[in-house]
Design a protein around this ligand. Structure first.
Ligand SMILES: Cc1ncc(COP(=O)(O)O)c(C=O)c1O
Length: 191
C-alpha cells in the first residue's frame, strides 16, 4: 500500500497519466471537420456527422443499425428499458456511478458483485451466488477494454427471466438479451 504514489510512494510516471484522456488523432483533420460543422450551421438534431458516426460504429460492430445517444447514461437507461429489466440487476461496483444510477432511475435495485482483482472485471465466480428470484439481468462493465468473461453471460442465462446487457467502456455495445436464448438470437436483437 505504501508503494502507491498517492500515499507517499515514488510516482511511476513523471507526469500524471489521466485515465480516459481522449485520442485526438489527426488534429488538422479534426479541425477541418469542426470547420465543416460551423460552415453548415447544423449543430444539433440529426446532422450528417451523426449519420456518419452511426454508420462507422455499426460497421466496426458488424451491426445493421446504430443509434447515437446524447450520453452513456441515457443509452444505458434506454437499453435497460428495452430489455425489460426490473427487480434486481447484478452490476460491477468498479465503474462510473452512472451505471448504477441508470438502474436506480428505472426503480431497479443494483446488486454489486465483487470484481476479479487481476482483471478488474466482474468476477464470474461471485455472480451466481447473487442471483435471486428477483434478478432479471447482469450488467457487466468491460474495464480497460477487456471484455468480461463469458461465464458472466452464462450465469445471466440462469437468471429468470434472464438478461445480460453487454457494454463496452464507452457504451458502444448494448446488446439486450431479454430471454437468455442463443447467441444467434442476441445478434438479431443487436442488428
Ligand atoms: C463505465 C461508464 N458508465 C457510464 C458512464 C456515464 O456516461 P455519460 O457520462 O456519457 O453519461 C461513464 C462515463 O464516464 C462510464 O465511464
Amino acid at each position: 500500500m505504501s508503494d502507491f504514489a498517492i500515499v507517499g510512494g515514488v510516482p511511476a510516471f513523471a507526469e500524471p497519466v489521466h485515465v480516459g484522456r481522449p485520442n485526438i488523432g489527426d488534429r488538422d483533420r479534426l479541425m477541418e471537420r469542426i470547420g465543416g460543422v460551423i460552415d453548415r450551421r447544423w449543430l444539433t438534431n440529426d446532422g450528417p456527422l451523426v449519420h456518419e458516426f452511426e454508420e462507422a460504429v455499426a460497421a466496426v460492430l458488424g451491426a445493421s443499425h446504430c443509434i447515437a445517444m446524447c450520453n452513456g447514461t441515457v443509452a444505458l437507461e434506454i437499453a435497460i428499458r428495452a430489455a425489460g429489466l426490473r427487480g434486481e440487476v447484478i452490476v460491477s461496483p468498479f465503474t462510473f456511478v452512472a451505471t448504477a444510477h441508470a438502474l436506480q432511475w428505472q426503480e431497479i435495485t443494483p446488486v454489486f458483485c465483487d470484481i476479479d482483482p487481476r482483471t478488474h472485471n466482474i468476477d464470474p465466480r461471485r455472480v451466481e451466488e447473487l442471483i435471486t428470484p428477483r434478478t432479471t439481468g447482469i450488467l457487466p462493465v468491460h474495464v480497460w477494454g477487456r471484455p468480461a468473461r463469458r461465464r458472466v453471460v452464462a450465469a445471466g442465462r440462469q437468471a429468470r427471466p434472464a438478461a445480460a446487457l453487454r457494454r463496452c467502456a464507452r457504451l458502444w455495445v448494448l446488446a439486450p438479451r431479454p430471454d437468455g436464448r442463443t447467441a444467434r438470437h442476441r445478434r438479431k436483437l443487436t442488428a
